[in-house]
Ligand binder design. Structure first.
Ligand SMILES: NC(=O)c1ccc[n+]([C@@H]2O[C@H](COP(=O)([O-])OP(=O)(O)OC[C@H]3O[C@@H](n4cnc5c(N)ncnc54)[C@H](OP(=O)(O)O)[C@@H]3O)[C@@H](O)[C@H]2O)c1
Length: 261
């Protein structure tokens, strides 16, 4: 364990698997008291049982009740949260015109609506307090269009844009706001988003572990950076995408890697 995080408390959404679960473990190793959020309460309880000082809050963030409950916890003055991680999210792959419209609606509800509501609650509490950290998990898919992951990339473009704007708004307030933009990361994301074929379609070097992504995000929000792109390969791709004509960056999914090997 090389990192020691000094957050006084944290709330992590999507803590039952993948990047969120890794963040919980890293924060627990630093002794940070946490509130962990997801739908699968059994998985959350397993995570909580493995560490000290973890409160489990089961919530479906695509529902109004779930979103409001977590926003209220984030806004609590009695039990302030120093680090809020908006990590819960999912994707849907396939041709836009054939995808289940109700599922796309839920994807927008989670990736956009809930993240916005919880971000508002976080900054509403943190800015008057003059301290706090907000880490919003976006994706390298936010940097360019992604055919066959169109709604996912669009939701993440929103997350990156919102988060960069909030980073600037928070400048000088004592509050740090960071967008975490991972590339391909081995988690349950691939089974949920029906992108399991990526495992064989993309080379091993393109994949990162959830632990490495989680650590990069936590390190950079602690430093107050506006954006974190974990891994040299994705840092390079993000830089190239920024100067590449848009017509070139449009390609088969995921556009950040652009071509199937
Ligand atoms: N893996 C990648 O390649 C990759 C790349 C770039 C960005 N990301 C982003 O990283 C974040 C974490 O994803 P992951 O890769 O760690 O995937 P994951 O293993 O599937 O984790 C997703 C988490 O979100 C939670 N979640 C899903 N729907 C929810 C809902 N309606 N209400 C509350 N929680 C919900 C899940 O818990 P429950 O099912 O228990 O609710 C789970 O804990 C996402 O925002 C994703 O878009 C992932």
């Amino acid at each position: 364990m090389t990192s020691q995080y000094r957050f006084t408390s944290a709330l992590v959404t999507g803590a039952s698997s993948g990047i969120g679960e890794s963040m919980v473990r890293l924060l627990a190793d630093s002794g940070v008291p946490q509130v962990i959020v997801a739908r699968r309460v059994d998985r959350l309880e397993e995570v909580a049982a493995a560490h000290a000082n973890i409160e489990v809050l089961a919530a479906d963030l695509t529902t109004d009740d779930g979103m409001r409950a977590i926003a209220a916890r984030v806004a609590s003055e009695a039990e302030p949260i120093d680090l809020v991680v908006n990590n819960a999210g999912f994707g849907t792959s396939g041709s836009f015109h054939e995808l289940d419209p109700d599922r796309l609606q839920l994807e927008i509800a989670l990736n956009v609506t809930a993240l916005t509501r919880i971000s508002r609650a976080a900054l509403g509490a943190m800015v008057p307090r003059g301290s706090g950290h907000l880490l919003n998990v976006s994706s390298v898919a936010s940097f360019q269009p992604a055919p066959n992951l169109a709604v996912y990339a669009a939701t993440k473009a929103y997350v990156t844009s919102l988060t960069e704007s909030l980073h600037e708004e928070a400048r000088g307030t004592g509050v740090k706001v960071t967008a975490l933009c991972p590339g391909l990361t081995r988690t349950e994301f691939q089974s949920v988003s029906n992108t399991e074929t990526y495992a064989s379609n993309y080379p091993a070097f393109a994949w990162m572990s959830a632990d490495d992504v989680a650590k990069a995000g936590l390190d950079d929000v602690a430093k107050g950076r506006a954006m974190c792109v974990p891994g040299m390969i994705y840092k390079g791709l993000a830089a190239v995408t920024g100067i590449t004509p848009r017509g070139v960056t449009r390609g088969p999914e995921p556009a950040a890697l652009n071509r199937r090997p």
